[in-house]
Design a protein around this ligand. Structure first.
Ligand code: URA
Length: 428
């Protein structure tokens, strides 16, 4: 096969066969196809798209391009994936709830990049916590604790690793079939039987419009089911930050608040929805039973206990539920003051995510080192009435920097806005 013929075939909008797609993936991993040809192919996909058959074939070929995790000896395995957002600490909450309900959550997660945070960085902000572990240790903890979260092994879906790195530098990230195959190949290789996807929509999300987010969710659900997994998706809002905290250690603290029965309403609502979905899929019970179980796990404190056991198993020096004071704190803080009065109609997630990045809470490139204590505490959210001079947010950092949240991140109106939707749609 000559790969140039496949580039031309895709460029002219024709469908590739399964064999041709397998050839592409094999050539990506063994590096027999040079980067310039792969880049040209990716750009052809951006313009011509892929059929469902092609997307499914690409997903499967990438999923099996390296190591896969065998969770077959575990019961009721469930994974949850968020397409990424600002202040999204849901994995730290829904994992313990699902584990408390009898599910096994054996999850591989990524580090944050750009304005979106990553679960691994949040976990590693807890003193002592490790997310690198052997396969044996991963399975052992899954069995004994019911919850384990590890950094993604380099051997998992190596074709995606290579293609994603190329997409990042060739302007070819924004393509539905490429995003679907990238995310789903890693989910399939990670081995869980049930998967719940949290597809974000809005300024801080990968997909800015509801229509695009729905297309992404539908496509991932279709592929996951075609590959024999139980999978559902929720479309949730990311036009404003989720919860009140942005930044790694601060988000752990907020997750603990929710597990203790407190915390902000939007975060609690979304976590209950996602956790109930995980429990329903994994245990094969009704939506009502699942929601009752998840709520009970929270109300009885059992989910909080699971979180503590999980943290200690991952190496935490002390249970952060009992000792939240051990979480790192920033040296400097700077208030953000309202310059006018009125109802807040927008608190732009992307703008706040970018400020948090500058404060040190995120990384611009994969090699950057993050500051676990840096971040933003949000005091006013869309729908709140604000008086001129009120505290809108507080910025935290260990660097001497002059970061500000731009005025354009906030929008005010005289009329009280309609309540914002948090969950737009579920694909069940
Ligand atoms: N996240 C991924 O893992 N892959 C994409 O293509 C986009 C987001």
């Amino acid at each position: 096969m000559d790969f140039c013929d496949l580039i031309i075939k895709k460029r002219s909008g024709r469908e590739l066969s399964e064999d041709e797609i397998r050839y592409l993936v094999k050539g990506t991993v063994d590096e027999s196809i040079p980067d310039y040809q792969l880049s040209a192919f990716l750009m052809a996909v951006v313009f011509q798209g892929m059929t469902d058959r092609e997307t499914a074939a690409l997903t499967m070929a990438m999923a099996y391009s390296g190591e896969t995790v065998d969770l077959s000896e575990l019961c009721y395995t469930v994974d949850k994936h968020s397409t990424g957002g600002v202040g999204d600490k849901t994995s730290l909450i829904v994992g313990p709830i699902a584990a408390a309900c009898g599910c096994t959550v054996a999850k591989m997660s990524g580090k944050g990049l750009g304005h979106t945070g990553g679960t691994i960085d949040k976990l590693e902000s807890v003193p002592g916590v490790r997310t690198e572990m052997s396969k044996e240790a991963f399975l052992k903890q899954a069995k004994s604790v019911g919850l384990v979260i590890a950094g993604q092994s380099g051997d998992l879906a190596p074709a995606d690793k290579k293609l994603y790195a190329l997409r990042d530098v060739t302007g070819t990230v924004e393509s539905l079939p490429l995003i679907v195959s990238s995310i789903m190949s890693k989910k399939l290789a990670s081995g869980a039987n049930s998967i719940v996807l949290d597809v974000k929509t809005g300024s801080g999300a990968f997909m800015h419009t509801l229509e695009d987010s729905c297309r992404l969710a539908q496509s991932m659900v279709t592929i996951g089911r075609a590959c024999g997994r139980k999978i559902d998706a929720v479309i949730s809002d990311m036009s404003a930050p989720l919860g009140n905290c942005i930044g790694n250690a601060m988000e752990v603290e907020e997750a603990i608040e929710v597990l203790k029965g407190n915390g902000p309403e939007d975060l609690k609502e979304l976590c209950l929805e996602l956790a109930s979905d995980m429990v329903r899929l994994a245990l094969d019970i009704s939506a009502k039973e699942a929601k009752d179980k998840a709520q009970k796990a929270l109300d009885t404190g059992y989910a909080a206990q699971c979180f503590g056991r999980f943290m200690l198993a991952q190496g935490a020096k002390a249970d952060p539920i009992e000792h939240p004071e051990l979480l790192p704190k920033a040296r400097y803080s700077m208030p953000v003051i309202a310059s006018q009065s009125g109802y807040l109609t927008a608190v732009d997630a992307l703008a706040l995510g970018n400020v948090s990045l500058k404060l040190g809470a995120g990384r611009k490139t994969k090699k950057d080192v993050i500051d676990p204590a840096a971040g933003i505490r949000v005091y006013k959210k869309p729908g709140d009435y604000v008086h001129k001079g009120d505290l809108l947010a507080m910025l935290y950092t260990n660097q001497e920097c002059a970061c500000v949240i731009p005025d354009s991140a906030y929008a005010f109106e005289e009329e009280k806005p309609k309540p914002r939707s948090l969950i737009y749609k579920t694909f069940v």
